[in-house]
Design a protein around this ligand. Structure first.
Ligand code: TPS
Length: 511
């Protein structure tokens, strides 16, 4: 029988996690919510209690056709007729357990590093529990937190082995990061088969609802870029599609939800209106639960960071990720302060971004290659050669499996496979506040209307934005940054209107 490891519940009977709830009821509700396999894990009870509870749980799991494994205690598993065991590195060895339970039992092993994973796989384990992924109070004595990068390392090593066994990731996994854990590992030939959780379900007041939220996130993990997109490598092919996308934007007038900084609210809303989108400036994360369902896109601009806002961002990310709504992340001033560096880490570990847009310093910080203290949020000193810039954009996009736009005198746009340099724009953009942020708004609007190829959507947004800036700067009534802003809004507006008449003259200015 093939075992479904996609949502794996590991129980805990401690007051801190289970509280006063009844464990069998929690397990049954969790199965109703979408749990596919259960592990009875109880580090404290004596044999009689373990058997009593084990039997109760097994009656429930059998009723729902879900396998029950017992943590550590091979004898208890045998006594209650459970489908198998899960063994930690300090528990009974795999071979002995196999001899006792027989070939038909499901035996899983915890793997914290490459050698543990290799030994268990070649030793005949049925699956691996890979972790601890994130720090978790559930397991205090974790040898090490391996992060999603550690999970990827182990998966990569496993992919070189002859035997292939299912894997689940475990440790600090909850509704806000489950998609990221599943999705990141999928950049390899084979990702994890599921996630195992303790507190995300057992500590929840409504275990059925908690399981259902996880279930939904797992079932809706963002898919990889469509194969069709990859065929269109040639820049001419991409450019030829831009006018139709600009036109589509005007027709659909997508919601462009901005969670942005205090400085650019007004300009961002005006830019969105000028290009034909419907802006909403809503910084309270709870609102995203309603807004995410409206088919628009979210701009998450970190320019004004406060604890409240950070909480709002993570709530909003979860809401958009759950429905597959696109998110553009603008890590403004990412490396400038400790608070911002931490905010980037929090956000990056909480979900998935379709596009990350930033200057070189910001992209470096997100990548984890900070060059030290940044001077101010706008400081984007260019220190590297073109090849280095291409590497930065490409590497981050490949790691995140998304699209990265690294802005500067030349902009670099990459999806990890295709990388383009864009040389449009005008110096005035650097003389007004919020030009980078409102470029983010523009791209987000395009993401909402062209989901088939995010790189192409972003390209359409950048070109429209930067060519409008060039046109505005050339106007007779534009004499400097002050008159540039209204001229720029006019040009965006005119371009959007032109696109509806299939006139793509302006695209000829693309560099
Ligand atoms: C399948 N383990 C590693 S981290 C952790 C546990 C129990 C705590 C997670 O709690 N893999 C499997 N079963 C296990 N028992 C382990 C690994 C060991 P939370 O989800 O609350 O962070």
């Amino acid at each position: 029988m093939a075992v479904d490891y996609s949502l794996y519940l590991v129980t805990d009977s401690t007051q801190a996690i289970l509280g006063d709830k009844d464990l069998p009821s929690v397990v049954e509700a969790a199965i109703e919510g979408g749990v596919t396999i259960v592990q009875y894990r109880d580090k404290k009870s004596d044999t009689a209690d373990l058997i009593r509870m084990g039997k109760q749980l097994h009656a429930i799991t059998k009723k729902h056709n879900v396998p029950l494994l017992v943590n550590d205690h091979v004898g208890i598993a045998q006594a209650i007729g459970a489908e198998g065991v899960h063994l930690g590195q300090e528990d009974m060895d795999l071979q002995t357990a196999r001899r006792i339970l027989g070939p038909g039992a499901i035996i899983g092993v915890t793997a914290n590093n490459l050698s543990e994973a290799v030994v268990a796989t070649s030793g005949g384990a049925d699956y691996l529990g890979i972790g601890t992924v994130h720090a978790t109070p559930t397991k205090g004595n974790t040898k090490s937190i391996i992060g999603t990068a550690g999970v990827k390392n182990i998966l990569h090593r496993l992919s070189t082995m002859e035997q292939a066994i299912p894997t689940v990731a475990i440790g600090g996994i909850n509704a806000s990061n489950v998609q990221r854990v599943m999705f990141q590992s999928k950049s390899l030939s084979k990702g994890v088969d599921g996630v195992a959780v303790v507190s995300a379900i057992v500590a929840a007041s409504d275990s059925k609802a908690a399981a259902a939220v996880l279930r939904k996130s797992i079932d809706n993990v963002p898919t990889t870029m469509s194969p069709k997109a990859k065929e269109n490598q040639k820049v001419e092919t991409l450019l030829s599609q831009v006018p139709a996308i600009v036109k589509k934007l005007g027709e659909m007038s997508p919601l462009c939800h901005n969670m942005t900084n205090l400085v650019v609210q007004n300009l961002a809303a005006n830019v969105a209106l000028s290009i034909g989108a419907s802006p909403i400036m809503a910084n309270y994360g709870e609102e995203a639960k309603d807004l995410a369902g409206l088919g628009g896109a979210l701009v998450l601009n970190m320019g004004t960071v406060t604890p409240d806002r950070l909480l709002g961002y993570t709530t909003a990310m979860r809401a958009y990720n759950e429905v597959g709504g696109p998110i553009l992340f603008d890590p403004v001033g990412a490396g400038a302060t400790e608070v911002r560096r931490n905010a980037v880490k929090t956000l990056m570990s909480n979900g998935y971004f379709d596009v990350i847009k930033g200057n070189e310093n910001e992209i470096r910080t997100v990548l984890g290659e900070s060059m030290g203290q940044q001077k101010g949020v706008d400081s984007g000193a260019s220190t590297s050669e073109e090849a280095e810039k291409v590497r930065l954009a490409k590497q981050l996009a490949a790691r995140e499996r998304n699209v990265v736009l690294m802005t500067g005198k030349t902009d670099y746009l990459s999806d990890g496979e295709r990388t383009y340099a864009i040389k449009n724009g005008h110096a005035y953009l650097g003389n007004i506040t919020g030009s980078g942020c409102t470029l983010g708004t523009t791209i987000a609007a395009f993401l909402a209307v062209h989901k088939e190829d995010r790189l192409l959507a972003a390209l359409a947004g950048i070109l429209m934005y930067e060519i409008a800036a060039e046109q505005a700067a050339a106007r007779d009534d534009v004499k400097g940054p002050g008159t540039f802003v209204p001229g720029f809004l006019d040009q965006l507006y005119l371009m959007a209107a032109d696109a509806s008449q299939d006139d793509s003259e302006w695209l000829k200015a693309a560099k």
